[in-house]
Design a protein around this ligand. Structure first.
Ligand code: F3S
Length: 755
């Protein structure tokens, strides 16, 4: 379980030297983000100033974290790389495969039964290759990482998009695809386009009903789901320093919802307090020694416009509580305006569920603030009108919250305490109150609220708010309830108001836990056998993808032209499909089934150009594959936004899709496509998206000369024989072109390991 203090000290001693050099080379004061990036260069001290948003740079991350859904494919890939142990401290966390239904005890038992072979596989492969293993029930990856491994100034990657949560402790922590994690596990550099920088200056101080969550809900409203793409968001100012480390974690966590590469905060007293409270006094003391290196230079924060690509200023004293949603996390509505907006948009007013927890908002402080509201309901004899569900972030949090009577307060309102796991946040929710697709509303303190995400129902309107606001709204049972203004009728028929929430940053009696759920790996894993049953439905050893034949791609048929938002959830849906994460053939049956076909506005209903018949996307694609016909997927803006799951890239690759041609990509998905040997390209002229027709055939005319910064030319032949020339841009650099040529990045690693 232990974090590696020697590694952290080494990072800090390099940091002082490397930051000083970088400041000299760059010739100006540095932001915190730049300090961390420049001190984690694969080649050591920098000799050049990198261009933000342009240069691809090799980095050496300090840690890797994987969750159970993505770890399966990552570790199956790592097994193919021929290494004895992972090159960088790595942990695996079992949190995504546990369904929320009856409550923690029974749900965990059920998961241990239904996903036993996957947990056993992950435990054995971790044991063999020197990876720390966190059992099911131990907690949600990002909460466990924050409590145990995150450290100011560090760089981490994780196979989950909310890895960014660790920015709450001053890290640069980035969500990546499994293939990127495999590179680093195998001792290779990790490549990233040097990010742009968005500075968010926080003035004033939060008070009353406003919480750190509202900061990011506000930022999401400003930046939208695309606004942070390719950028690190760095928060600073007196407002930043006045918030707890876990509050900062919430803000960084949801930076993923604006597409940001990551978010971070400078080291301060709140982080020191959190490190001390989580038994890492040695880390705090090491950080204190280089304090000025763990935050941006004074000059940067004094004149942010000169040093950031974009600056946003938010006065926390004026910030109001928000609810964001439905269906997208950037639709921000101040609570005070919700009544009007809900009516205008015909959002269901009655709230069925209030869900608190997830990796985003399950800190001790969050639970105390929400509990302070729940307790008032009990004391003031107000019955909760909605059902309550709580997902503690870790066993440490759960144990401590139970010890301090917090869970009992929720149970007094008939809340169900689910397992310390993702549950409803990732669609792992067997919702008993509503089956089918009835229109309904839920509120939660999670981060994502895309259609179908929580319960698979496209008509569930999910709104995101702070835990205390979720508690208040769940008690009122109404979406338009504004606790700063509205009264509730109690059991005696008396009108009462909820007082403002109160919270406790860290447990006064300290954190405590009986069994945190950690399993250390063997010192020597040589003898450990990794078990994958040949007839398993859930795990399948991988075969390498075929290499590119070096010829122009011709005769490719359009598989689907996706309309509007096409997230990784649309490309590779979660929920019930999570069970096949380790079995590429089986999980490929969910490929693009959530994407809307632009020609008929239906999901999972596309034309098979061979037969002229319509069928599901995977069925049609398998028919093309069987006939040896390559295919193209066309998409809109920010294609592949959402999570880091590389299945969204591996499935099309496995089923024979050759090209994804879109208006723009979400960063992680674009990289994942490249890693898997796919051609991920963008329309040079966005309006050309409209030229694509249902029966189109694509011929590339200059792919043979595939080279960095050289656009590609595609002849698009329509059914009537007419043709359009579409120019496509790409962001492949030379090493990435080598991945394409070799069929995948992993094929290249294998070749290099063998050489
Ligand atoms: Fe899990 Fe939801 Fe976080 S799926 S990792 S709790 S975003």
């Amino acid at each position: 379980m232990a974090y590696d203090i020697d590694m952290i000290r080494k990072v800090y001693s390099q940091m002082t030297q490397r930051v000083n050099k970088a400041r000299e080379v760059v010739g100006k004061p540095l932001t915190l983000s730049e300090k961390i990036l420049y001190s984690h260069l694969w080649d050591g001290e920098t000799t050049q100033a990198f261009r933000r948003g342009k240069d691809y740079v090799d980095f050496a991350p300090d840690r890797i974290a994987c969750q159970d859904a993505t770890a399966q494919m990552a570790l199956l890939q790592f097994m193919q790389a021929g290494k004895k142990t992972v090159a960088v401290p790595t942990t695996v966390h079992c949190d995504h495969l546990i369904q929320a239904k009856s409550g923690a005890f029974l749900d965990l038992q059920a998961a241990n039964k239904s996903s036993r072979e996957v947990f056993d596989f992950l435990e054995s492969v971790s044991n063999k290759y020197g990876i720390g293993f966190w059992r099911p029930g131990a907690g949600i990856i990002h909460q466990v990482v924050l409590e145990n491994y995150a450290f100011p100034g560090g760089m981490m990657i994780g196979t989950d998009s909310h890895t960014v949560n660790a920015g709450g402790l001053g890290m640069i922590a980035i969500g990546v695809g499994g293939a990127d994690a495999v590179d680093v596990m195998a001792g290779m550099a990790w490549e990233l386009k040097f990010p742009k920088l968005i500075g968010v200056k926080l003035t004033g101080k939060l008070s009353g009903w406003t919480a750190p969550k509202d900061v990011i809900l506000k930022v999401a409203g400003i930046l939208t789901v695309k606004g942070g793409t390719g950028a690190i968001i760095e928060y600073f100012g007196e407002g930043a320093r006045s918030m707890s480390a876990t509050g900062k974690g919430t803000i960084c966590n949801m930076g993923a919802e604006v597409g940001a590469t990551t978010s971070t905060f400078g080291y301060d007293d709140s982080m020191e307090r959190y490190l001390n409270a989580t038994n890492r006094e040695d880390v705090a003391s090491a950080a204190n020694e280089i304090r000025e290196y763990l935050t941006g230079d004074d000059e940067v924060y004094a004149n942010p416009e000169q040093y950031f690509d974009e600056v946003i200023e938010i006065n926390l004293s004026e910030l109001r509580p928000h609810l964001n949603g439905p269906f997208t996390p950037d639709l921000a509505t101040p609570i005070s305006e919700m009544a009007v907006k809900a009516k205008e948009n015909d959002w269901p007013i009655n709230v069925d569920w209030g869900l608190i927890g997830s990796c985003t908002n399950s800190s001790y402080e969050d639970l105390t603030r929400a509990a302070s509201i729940a307790k008032q309901a009990v004391d003031k004899k107000v019955k909760a009108r909605s059902d309550f569900g709580i997902n503690p972030g870790s066993e440490t949090i759960r144990f401590t919250a139970e010890r301090d009577g917090l869970l009992q307060i929720f149970e007094d309102l008939n809340a169900t305490i689910f397992t310390n796991a993702c549950g409803p946040c990732i669609g792992q929710w067997d919702r008993s109150d509503r089956k089918g697709d009835e229109k309904n509303t839920i509120v939660h303190s999670f981060n994502r609220n895309f259609s179908k995400r929580a319960d698979g129902n496209p008509n569930t309107h999910a709104f995101v708010g702070s835990p205390e606001m979720v508690a208040a709204i769940a008690i009122a049972g109404r979406l338009d309830f504004d606790p700063t203004r509205d009264k509730l009728l109690n059991e005696d028929g008396v009108e009462v108001m909820l007082d403002e929430p109160t919270g406790i940053e860290l447990p006064p009696k300290g954190f405590d836990v009986d069994d945190p759920g950690y399993v250390a790996p063997s010192e020597d894993g040589n003898h450990v056998e990794v078990k994958v049953a040949k007839d398993s439905e859930r795990l399948q050893l991988l075969e390498p993808f075929e290499e590119w034949d070096g010829n122009n791609l011709t005769g490719a048929k359009l598989l689907i032209k996706a309309f509007g938002k096409c997230t990784t959830d649309h490309i590779s849906m979660a929920g019930p499909w999570l069970r096949f994460r380790g079995h590429l053939d089986n999980i490929s049956n969910n490929m693009l089934i959530g994407a809307i076909n632009a020609f008929n506005m239906k999901t999972n209903y596309v034309k098979n150009q061979i037969t002229g018949e319509y069928d599901g996307v995977p069925v049609v694609q398998r028919a093309y594959k069987a006939a040896g016909i390559p295919t193209v997927v066309v998409g809109d803006h920010n294609y592949g936004e959402g999570s880091s799951r590389e299945h969204a890239a591996m499935e099309p690759r496995f089923l024979g899709v050759k090209v994804v041609l879109v208006k723009s990509f979400a960063r992680i998905h674009e990289t994942n496509l490249k890693k898997q040997g796919m051609l991920g390209i963008t329309f040079q002229n966005e309006a050309d998206y409209d030229l694509i027709q249902e029966d189109d055939t694509f011929n590339f005319t200059d792919l043979e000369n595939f080279a960095p910064d050289r656009p590609l030319t595609i002849e698009v032949i329509h059914a009537d024989g007419s043709k359009d020339i579409v120019m496509a841009n790409h962001t492949y650099n030379q090493p990435q072109i080598e991945w394409y040529k070799n069929g995948s990045a992993l094929n290249l690693i294998k070749k290099q390991s063998a050489a």
